[in-house]
Ligand binder design. Structure first.
Ligand code: NAD
Ligand code: TYD
Length: 350
């Protein structure tokens, strides 16, 4: 297949591209990416010279650019998004634009060009906050709580409507929290690891008892490829890891792997609207497509910690400039009192 991959310079998209090209199959890839602060072509250095790979810089909200670049492609794998919950709280505009309008434009163009498959990459966050012990399968209600998750749920519903109304050949994947190499250090794991490596404080939001369902990014990439090649059109597939753990547990595991003291932990102001628990039921993907996660949390965390330790130049480059401004603005003045945290005028919960 000729694949039109959006957001391929980001964390999961670049893992997917490296995975597909490493298999040496017939897939050819056009990577269409705007290169926002989160897009980094260094993530794709290992495949840049592959004759089956081509990069096109562009915005998914630009219909003409998308139309030109999508010519000759058979399928879309749509990763491009503003992907960070905290940023979506501070500045929701770009999130709505890229995640909703951008997805709509891609659907329109792909439909016009009569593409055979459209895999939309979504998230477990669309299901919202789960009760203790609860898990969400693909039929669970949609109750997104942040501007980010609301934008992803909106895009999911647009994809669903295109399938239902126009018979458009779309499939949705919803994965849990990904971790692994090349993740931008605004997300929990790379932020904690890179801070700990410099003996800086590890900011834990609220009481740190929120639960997340962790999946190694390479397991997610394998799941997405299985869905692309063999998934049923019009379906939704959850792609979740085996482990659901509290953030504090994750912080302690990382500190142990890095041989750093727990005194580095700092409890800071909670995220407004913070979801307590995500946990996916991925039985459908396991049953229908024979997928299962292969990388245990213990192995995956060790590999990830070692990767960040060994790739300090990559970390230093992405933490320059825009990241530094973000970190200083939202972390340096963030204290442990909900009342005192008010970046960009966001109203803290009572
Ligand atoms: P990321 O932030 O690392 O990468 C996003 C990529 O999209 C970047 O390369 C960026 O340059 C590109 N991009 C952003 N706006 C664009 C635009 N308007 N036009 C073209 N390119 C644009 O994100 P990620 O963590 O790799 O997430 C990829 C996808 O997976 C997203 O759709 C996200 O919602 C979803 N997802 C992520 C996770 C996770 O844990 N990271 C979990 C579930 C689902
Ligand atoms: P994050 O990586 O932003 O992913 P998401 O919000 O999409 O799940 O955060 C994962 C969890 O870690 C979430 O419960 C928020 C928490 N968190 C912290 O405690 N401190 C931090 O500095 C960050 C970035 C996140």
């Amino acid at each position: 297949m000729n694949l039109f991959v959006t957001g391929g310079a980001g964390f999961i998209g670049s893992s997917f591209i490296r995975h597909v090209l490493s298999l040496g199959q017939d897939h050819r890839i056009v990577n269409f990416d705007k290169l926002t602060y989160a897009g980094n072509l260094a993530n794709l250095e290992s495949v840049a010279a592959d004759p089956n790979y081509r990069f096109v810089k562009g915005d998914i909200c630009d219909s003409a650019a998308v139309t030109a670049a999508m010519q000759g492609c058979d399928a879309v794998v749509h990763f491009a998004a503003e992907s960070h919950v905290d940023r979506s709280i501070y500045e929701p505009g770009p999130v709505i634009e890229t995640n909703i309008t951008g997805t709509f434009i891609l659907l329109q163009v792909a439909r016009k060009l009569d593409l055979q498959r459209f895999v939309h990459i979504s998230t477990d966050e669309v299901y919202g906050d789960l009760a203790p012990g609860q898990v969400s399968d693909e039929n669970f209600h949609l109750r997104p709580n942040s501007p980010y998750s609301a934008s992803k749920a909106s895009a999911d519903l647009l994809v669903r409507s295109f399938h239902r109304t126009y018979g458009f050949p779309a499939i949705i994947t919803r994965s849990s929290n990904n971790y692994g190499p090349y993740q931008f250090p605004e997300k929990l794991l790379p932020l904690l690891i890179s801070n700990a490596l410099e003996d800086k404080h590890l900011p834990v939001y609220g009481d740190g008892r929120q639960e997340r369902n962790w999946i190694h990014v390479e397991d997610n990439s394998r799941g997405i490829l299985a869905v692309l090649e063999r998934g049923r059109l019009g379906e939704i597939y959850n792609i979740g890891g085996a482990d659901v753990i509290e953030n504090l547990d994750m912080v302690r595991r990382l500190l142990a792997l890095l041989h750093k003291p727990e005194s580095l932990i700092r409890y800071v102001t909670d995220r407004p609207g913070h979801d307590r628990r995500y946990a996916l039921d991925s039985a459908k993907l396991i049953r229908e497509l024979g997928w299962s996660p292969r990388i245990s949390l213990a192995d995956g965390l060790l590999q990830t910690v070692n990767w960040y330790r060994d790739n300090s130049a990559w970390v230093a480059a992405v933490r320059d400039g825009a990241y530094r401004t973000y970190y200083d603005k939202y972390y340096e003045n963030r204290d442990s009192s909900l009342r005192h945290f008010n970046p960009s005028g966001v109203k803290a919960p009572a």
